[in-house]
Ligand binder design. Structure first.
Ligand SMILES: [Cu+2]
Length: 107
């Protein structure tokens, strides 16, 4: 009865699919800096990747107030980083302290 063993194999694969690791798969998000402002910050989870993109002709940074990250962003550049810890982190630009934003990271 070959069709019976096919059903069994399919059911086994489905069981493995349900039993995967907890939490959502890591995602990649872009936060764009334009006209001296940080763009929209997405909801984040540990393991996600942020690509910071500086579209200005000015040098910026994305610097965490708690010093957990400090991303240097020359004009027209982008840098990626992985989100490593949960919590709320305020960030700013070292050259333009009026530029601020907040990351909210779920476990
Ligand atoms: Cu700046």
């Amino acid at each position: 009865m070959p069709w019976l063993s096919w059903i069994f194999a399919t059911a086994t694969v489905a069981t493995f699919g349900v039993g995967g690791p907890a939490g959502a798969a890591a995602a990649t998000y872009e936060i764009t800096i334009a006209q001296m402002q940080f763009g929209t910050v997405p909801g984040l989870h540990v393991g996600d990747v942020i690509t910071w993109r500086n579209n200005d002709i000015f040098h910026h940074t994305a610097t965490a107030r708690d010093k957990s990250f400090d991303v240097d962003l020359p004009p027209k550049s982008e840098r990626s980083m992985t989100v490593k810890q949960p919590g709320t982190v305020d960030f700013y630009c070292r050259f333009h302290p009026g530029m601020t934003g907040t990351l909210g990271v779920q476990p």
